[in-house]
Design a protein around this ligand. Structure first.
Ligand SMILES: Cc1cc2nc3c(=O)[nH]c(=O)nc-3n(C[C@H](O)[C@H](O)[C@H](O)COP(=O)(O)O)c2cc1C
Length: 175
C-alpha cells in the first residue's frame, strides 16, 4: 500500500486545520515542517505539502524546493492557504514567486482560503500588512477593485474563510 504524509507550515492555525482535515480523510500522518527531516521523505510515496501565504511566498516551501531532486518518482502535491488565494491574479503571482525552478513547475498547487485575526498579528507581520493595505489604499480610486475592497475589509475586521470543502480536489487525487 502507498504511504502518504501531510506536511504543513502554519503560523496561526488555518493551514494546520486543512492539513489535519486531509490527514483524517486519507488516514495518514500529519507533520509540521519542524518535525520533518529530509531523511523522512524516504518513508513515503506521496507527499502533500501545505503552507500559509505571506507576502506572496508559501511559508515552509523550502523543504520541498531544496529536496525536489530527491523526490523524483514520488507524487508531490502542494496547497497554499491565504486570504486572497481564490483570485486568479494572486494565483499567477504565487506560481511565479514560488514555483520558479523548472522541476517545481510541474507540481500541482491547490488553493485553500485561510483565516485572519487582526488581534493576533504582531511586529513585522503587522508592518507588512500595513504596507499591503497602504499599497491598495494608495491606488487611484478608479483602480481599486471589488477584490481589493473585500481584502481591506477582511484585514481590518478579520475573517475565517476556511471550509473543509476546499480539500475535496486534494483528496480526489489520492482516493
Ligand atoms: C504578514 C502576513 C502576510 C500575508 N500575506 C498574504 C498574501 O500575500 N496572500 C494571501 O492570500 N494571504 C496573505 N496573508 C493571509 C494569511 O495567509 C492567511 O491569514 C492564512 O490563513 C494564514 O495561515 P495560518 O493560519 O496557517 O498561519 C498574510 C498574512 C500575514 C499575517
Amino acid at each position: 500500500m502507498e504511504k502518504t504524509v501531510v506536511i504543513y507550515k502554519s503560523k496561526h492555525g488555518s493551514t494546520e486545520k486543512y492539513a489535519r482535515w486531509i490527514g483524517e480523510e486519507l488516514s495518514c500522518p500529519v507533520v509540521g515542517t519542524k518535525e520533518f527531516s529530509r531523511k523522512d521523505f524516504a518513508l513515503y510515496d506521496n507527499i502533500i505539502f501545505g503552507g500559509c501565504v505571506h507576502a506572496g511566498g508559501i511559508m515552509g516551501f523550502d523543504l520541498i524546493k531544496k529536496n525536489i531532486r530527491h523526490l523524483e518518482g514520488k507524487k508531490v502535491v502542494v496547497f497554499a492557504v491565504g486570504l486572497n488565494v481564490m483570485q486568479k491574479e494572486t494565483r499567477m503571482q504565487l506560481r511565479e514567486i514560488n514555483f520558479d525552478k523548472k522541476r517545481l513547475q510541474s507540481l500541482t498547487c491547490y488553493y485553500c482560503p485561510g483565516a485572519y485575526d487582526p488581534a493576533k498579528i504582531k511586529g513585522l507581520d503587522s508592518a507588512l500588512m500595513k504596507m499591503m493595505t497602504n499599497m491598495i489604499e494608495g491606488k487611484k480610486p478608479s483602480e481599486i477593485t471589488d477584490e481589493d475592497r473585500l481584502l481591506l475589509k477582511q484585514v481590518e475586521e478579520g475573517a475565517d474563510l476556511t471550509d473543509k470543502k476546499y480539500i475535496e480536489p486534494i483528496i480526489a487525487e489520492f482516493k
